[in-house]
Design a protein around this ligand. Structure first.
Ligand SMILES: [Zn+2]
Length: 305
């Protein structure tokens, strides 16, 4: 089913990473800059992430002996330094998730680079290390993101969805490890309800979402894939959902032969396999197209109406 399964460490059947994107209220300021301060209920829901959920999740990881990756917009790090300290104290990785959750593919190359650099500066100041990983806010990876990441010395990206196993993104500037995920492993479609974002999913029992995540995990375990959850503390860190996550972790541990790792460890493993010739990943050259495809020409606007 997977043509090119990865030799995971210690004979593991698959690699698992529970990654959390701690967006907090950055997304509210981005969506409603002029009125975000008046939207207190939405604010409280989003602040639940750094204030309540992050310490709870770090405790949960500790219970299972896990070290994982958190993606933080740098503005959220400045705003919620206690959450940063909690994450670092747990031995977890902090990776780049924009400055204020800005969307790279809606910016010019120069603007994108400015916010990327501003985020790097905050991460260096607050963690003492350069970020190794990047996830584009709202998956909005741009035509310029890859070259910016290569020039800034990143180890991996985790924004794209092009495979079940790690692969390489290629550009004139070099190659970068891509650690892909998929909407099926994102928690917004399961849990997000907010009038302020015009996003209304039906409320469901946490176990129903976990059933889907477990099904994705079983498939990756069977065929040697990579399972990366893209979750948000303000959504999946709510109490009943956290209890369900603990059950899912229990299930994975019981099944066994799973490599639980931070994304920087997974990317480093991929690079080691490439260097010693044990495994060769697939390569995607970016961008996929130099511009709009010419075939439809001037009729395209009429067809897409
Ligand atoms: Zn985000």
């Amino acid at each position: 089913m997977i043509k090119n399964p990865v030799p995971w460490p210690n004979g593991a059947r698959c690699a698992v990473a529970f990654t959390f994107d701690m967006d907090a209220d950055s997304i509210l300021h981005l969506a409603h800059h002029a009125s975000a301060d008046t939207r207190l209920a939405a604010m409280s829901m989003l602040r639940y992430g750094p204030e309540i959920a992050v310490p709870r999740l770090v405790d949960l990881y500790q219970r299972f002996g896990l070290r994982q990756t958190f993606f933080l917009p740098a503005w959220c790090m400045e705003r919620y330094p206690a959450a940063v300290d909690t994450i670092l104290a747990g031995g977890h990785e902090i990776a780049h998730h924009g400055y204020l959750h800005e969307h790279p593919n809606e910016l010019s190359a120069e603007e994108e680079l400015y916010w990327l650099q501003r985020g790097i500066d905050v991460i260096v100041t607050m963690t003492g290390e350069r970020p190794r990983g990047f996830r584009a806010p709202t998956y909005k990876f741009s035509r310029h993101t890859l070259s910016h990441l290569l020039n800034a010395g990143f180890l991996y990206d985790a924004s794209l969805m092009g495979d079940d196993v790690p692969y390489l993104l290629e550009h004139e500037a070099g190659r970068l490890v891509e650690l892909p995920s998929h909407y099926a492993l994102d928690d917004w479609p399961h849990f997000m309800i907010s009038r302020d974002f015009n996003y209304y999913m039906s409320i469901k029992p946490p176990r129903q979402a976990m059933e889907l995540y477990a099904g994705e995990f079983d498939a990756m375990w069977e065929y040697g894939g990579l399972w990366i959850a893209v979750w948000h503390p303000f959504l999946s860190g709510r109490l009943a959902r956290c209890m369900a996550i603990a059950e899912l972790m229990e299930y994975m541990h019981k099944k066994g032969q799973v490599w639980f790792a931070r994304l920087d460890e997974i990317a480093a493993h991929v690079n080691t396999l490439i260097e010693d010739g044990t495994w060769t990943p697939r390569v995607d050259r970016l961008p996929y197209y130099p511009g709009p495809i010419p075939e439809l020409g001037e009729v395209a606007p009429a067809l897409s109406r």
